[in-house]
Write a protein that binds this ligand. Structure first.
Ligand SMILES: Cc1cc2nc3c(=O)[nH]c(=O)nc-3n(C[C@H](O)[C@H](O)[C@H](O)COP(=O)(O)OP(=O)(O)OC[C@H]3O[C@@H](n4cnc5c(N)ncnc54)[C@H](O)[C@@H]3O)c2cc1C
Length: 393
């Protein structure tokens, strides 16, 4: 199968590549000041966001005043692919750019757009996403963090967990229960909470790889008072936003997973001949088999992704899209394990403080997060079974 794009799309690609070559942050600049959490915006990242925004390359599909250039979905696909291949992060605050800003643009007031969404787009503020709680992850609607309206203020009490980047974020897009009497999906609202507000305690959770740079956090809220105008959208209308937010997240996930999967398998295959030689013959056959399976995973993910995308662009429904998240995140996990088994890790320094690239075994451990965040693989399989295959619950 040979996939190709039309001349106009290729011209768009060349225009972006030329701009990227002139404007991208250098590898040295990024390495000198790495982003240490998903809401940490080092100096270069803020300047990079601003350059992307000003040139209309931040979110090409959006209007110019919001950092875009009214590009179509195919152009956006090409843009994301080239950016991932170039090894430049579009943002160091993915929840902010990918979920929080679009949700505020969809549901927020003019003031919230001005004070919270636009500063994210310009790289001036970062945000975290406060959904999950100890008793509410997959079943988000069970969340119990309470927000009580009291005149012109809102008082919040509760706890969030797994809040990526809460230790560095300027504000949180916080899901709270505002009507405990209503059915659980109908009593939820979203409030914008500045992380410096008194009553907030952030406790980072050390992770197995790079424990000195935690990204996941517990967030405790005790009588946190925010102005009533920080309520996003209508009171008790948060469930629609939860679905909208996750759709923003899932919509963008598959392409970068596919591109990095392809890059990873290419890197492993380059080292494979020499590494396989070092293995005992019986082991060699098993490991080689696994690498071939990973190469097939990667090609299949690309085909599935394009196939689903093409259907969506033509206005149809695309069951393939429902498969992409679970398939690519699990394929990455399988590949990391196989690469570790191949023995191409030159060091095995779990939890090292060195600013080196992670080893395969570290990547294997980290890969489990990808199969849990934004909807675990089990939940994805439920969705495929019920919504795509029409199986009974
Ligand atoms: C790297 C990472 C980043 C994250 N970032 C954020 C963030 O920024 N903000 C935020 O709010 N949350 C974040 N999360 C949390 C994430 O959304 C939750 O971990 C996820 O929704 C699962 O919830 P849980 O951990 O409570 O597990 P649970 O929902 O308790 O699930 C436990 C296990 O049971 C399975 N399970 C649950 N329900 C079903 C079912 N109906 N059928 C079959 N199996 C089921 C799950 O698949 C899982 O294996 C992050 C998580 C990770 C790993």
């Amino acid at each position: 199968m040979k996939l190709s794009f039309g001349d106009e799309v290729e011209a768009f690609r060349q225009e972006f590549l030329a701009w990227l070559a002139e404007n991208r942050p250098s590898a040295e600049e990024m390495a000198a000041e790495p982003a240490i959490s998903s809401a940490h915006v080092p100096g270069w990242a803020g300047r990079w966001a601003r350059r992307l925004f000003d040139a209309g390359w931040l979110v090409p599909g959006w209007p110019t005043e919001r950092g875009g250039r009214n590009a179509g979905p195919v152009e956006t696909l090409v843009y994301l692919e080239e950016l991932t291949k170039a090894g430049v992060p579009r943002t160091t605050n993915p929840q902010g750019l990918g979920i929080v800003a679009p949700s505020i643009l969809d549901y927020g007031s003019e003031e919230q757009i001005r004070d919270y969404a636009m500063p994210i787009l310009r790289g001036e503020k970062s945000a975290c996403l406060g959904m999950s709680e100890p008793g509410a992850g997959s079943d988000l609607a069970s969340l119990s963090t309470r927000a009580v309206l009291d005149g012109d203020r809102i008082v919040i009490d509760g706890q969030k967990v797994w809040t990526s980047g809460a230790n560095d974020a300027d504000f949180c897009f916080l899901f709270c229960r505002t009507n405990p009497e209503a059915p659980k999906h109908k009593g939820i609202s979203v409030v914008l909470v500045d992380m410096a507000t008194p009553g907030i305690t952030v406790r980072p959770l050390a992770e197995i790889a790079k424990p000195e740079h935690p990204d996941l956090n517990e967030v405790f809220l005790s009588e946190v008072v925010v102005p009533r105008e920080n309520l996003v959208g209508k009171l008790n209308d948060g469930w629609a936003m939860a679905n909208g937010s996750l759709a923003h997240e899932r919509g963008m996930v598959w392409l970068s997973f596919v591109v990095t999967l392809e890059e990873d398998i290419a890197a492993v295959l380059a080292e494979a001949p020499a590494a396989l030689e070092r293995l005992a013959p019986a082991e060699r056959a098993v490991v080689a088999d696994g690498l071939v399976a990973s190469a097939i995973d990667s090609a299949a993910a690309r085909c599935l992704g394009y196939r689903g995308f093409a259907k969506l662009v033509r206005g149809g429904s695309a069951p393939e899209q429902a498969l992409m998240k679970a398939y690519t995140s699990e394929a990455k996990r399988r590949l990391a394990r196989r690469a570790a088994e191949l023995g191409t890790d030159h060091t095995v320094d779990i939890g090292s403080t060195a600013a080196s690239d992670p080893t395969w075994i570290e990547r294997y451990f980290v890969s489990f997060g990808g199969t849990i965040s934004a909807g675990s693989s089990e939940i994805q399989r439920n969705i495929i079974a019920e919504k795509v295959l029409g199986l009974p619950r």
